[in-house]
Design a binder for this molecule. Structure first.
Ligand SMILES: Cc1cc2nc3c(=O)[nH]c(=O)nc-3n(C[C@H](O)[C@H](O)[C@H](O)COP(=O)(O)OP(=O)(O)OC[C@H]3O[C@@H](n4cnc5c(N)ncnc54)[C@H](O)[C@@H]3O)c2cc1C
Length: 391
């Protein structure tokens, strides 16, 4: 059987070159195993897919150590990015935490693009294939999988890892579960060069994240390493709202005027995030997988990251778990000659920690957007402190 194939002859395909897939490729490479990463985009697009990420000491940072990148990460990570402000829609401040620069925190920030560049610079370019969109993975009788790509390429591998995100095509080999709409839609905005162009807003935002909420809505803002403030206007709303709200997202001035109307009775400083946003306005629906998703082990296939445990962004764990999964799976493969034993060891661990995070994310989502604002903000405050203490 394939599981007894010599390790250096095992063919491993990773579908998806996001933070999870790239971390897995690099850690395997450091253990003398050369996988192939198949990415559908024509080049790396991680820089365009989201902003600053806080990398946790007990997950993302563990993976960076295994990837041999921890020192490089430390040198560029933004520890001051741990500043955190929580307000209600009137501008009343509930939390105003300033990162202590003499006491390096546990969740420093790095932009997604910079993080993925660190990983890419260390991966043997021969392992990376851009412009390869997976169409189908067919299980074979010998436990291997035949992979079919849109460009006509076919590969047969001992292990296929779905690191292909929210709408994974590999997931269906393991479970019938599908990503469902979470009840939350977001509109992504950017305020460019905030410190220079809008110093008042930059001072209000501080050096990290700001979170304003009220009326089943929220404004989430985060200062990125390139000086822009990335803003997510968040709405607890119907799945089809993005299509039915009649906001012309490709006509910025009109779109911003209509978005302002949703926040008409909010504090002016919070509204400045909309007022001073640039012209790129991107609506997103937020999806999630069932909180306790598990599957029965199958030979030659597994999932990491969002493909395995997509959750709303309210535990701040998504990228951290994707990287921890990568690390756990890579180490299990490196330590076990039987690749299927390695998958089982990894999946058992991953199911335990990811279900805890998914539950926390789901609870936070309900808490943030429910009715009793004051009580919930207090609970959220306590929750943030509990999380900080437990990490
Ligand atoms: C608005 C928003 C804000 C977020 N904020 C945070 C945060 O602050 N902190 C945090 O930790 N997480 C955050 N997340 C979550 C985080 O972005 C994800 O959890 C993380 O990107 C998952 O990494 P991944 O590698 O599993 O998947 P992805 O980053 O989704 O990468 C999947 C890759 O697979 C490729 N792919 C997909 N299908 C195919 C195919 N058929 N063939 C080949 N390639 C394919 C894609 O092009 C992509 O490159 C946020 C998410 C959203 C939506």
């Amino acid at each position: 059987m394939t599981s007894t194939t010599n390790k250096d002859q095992q063919r491993i395909a990773i579908i998806g070159g996001g933070p999870g897939g790239l971390t897995l490729a690099l850690i395997l490479q450091r253990h003398g195993i050369k996988p192939v990463v198949y990415e559908r985009e024509l080049s790396d697009t991680n820089r365009d897919r989201g902003g600053s990420l806080d990398i946790h000491h007990d997950s993302g940072q563990i993976a960076l150590r295994e990837a041999g990148l921890y020192e490089q990460f430390q040198a560029i990570a933004r520890y001051e990015g741990e500043d955190f402000r929580l307000l209600d829609k009137t501008g009343k401040v509930y939390i105003d935490e300033v990162a202590d620069m003499d006491d390096a925190g546990e969740r420093p920030e790095i932009d997604r693009g910079t993080l993925c560049e660190l990983l890419l610079n260390a991966i043997d370019p021969e392992c990376l294939r851009y412009g390869y969109k997976l169409i189908e993975a067919i299980p074979l009788d010998n436990g291997m999988h035949e992979l079919h790509f849109e460009n006509g390429h076919v590969d047969t591998v001992h292990l296929v890892v779905g690191a292909d995100g929210a709408f994974s095509r590999i997931r269906q080999l393991l479970t019938d579960a599908k990503a469902e709409y979470s009840g939350l839609s977001m509109v992504e905005l950017n305020v460019d060069d905030a410190a220079v162009a809008h110093p008042e807003l930059a001072a209000f935002n501080a050096r990290g994240k700001l979170f304003g909420r009220g009326d089943h809505k929220a404004i989430l803002a985060q200062l990125n390493g390139d000086g822009r403030i990335k803003v997510y206007l968040s709405f607890r709303t119907e799945q089809d709202w993005v299509d039915t709200c009649n906001i012309p997202f490709n006509q910025p001035e009109d779109a911003k005027r209509q978005l302002m109307a949703y926040f008409s009775d909010w504090d002016e400083q919070l509204k400045n995030y909309i007022r001073w946003a640039n012209d790129t306005i991107m609506p997103r629906r937020i999806y999630m997988l069932p909180v306790d998703l598990k599957w029965d082990h199958k030979p030659g296939v597994t999932l990491i990251g969002d493909a395995a445990h997509l959750m709303s962004p309210f535990a701040g764990e998504g990228v951290n778990l994707a990287m921890l999964d990568a690390s756990e799976l890579a180490l299990a493969i490196a330590e076990n000659d039987d690749i299927n034993k390695a998958i089982s060891i990894y999946e058992e661990k991953m199911f335990a920690y990811s279900s805890r995070s998914a539950e926390q994310s789901d609870n936070n989502l309900k808490l943030i957007f429910s009715n009793d604002a004051a009580a919930n903000l207090k609970k959220l405050f306590d929750g943030f402190h509990d999380q900080a203490v437990s990490h």
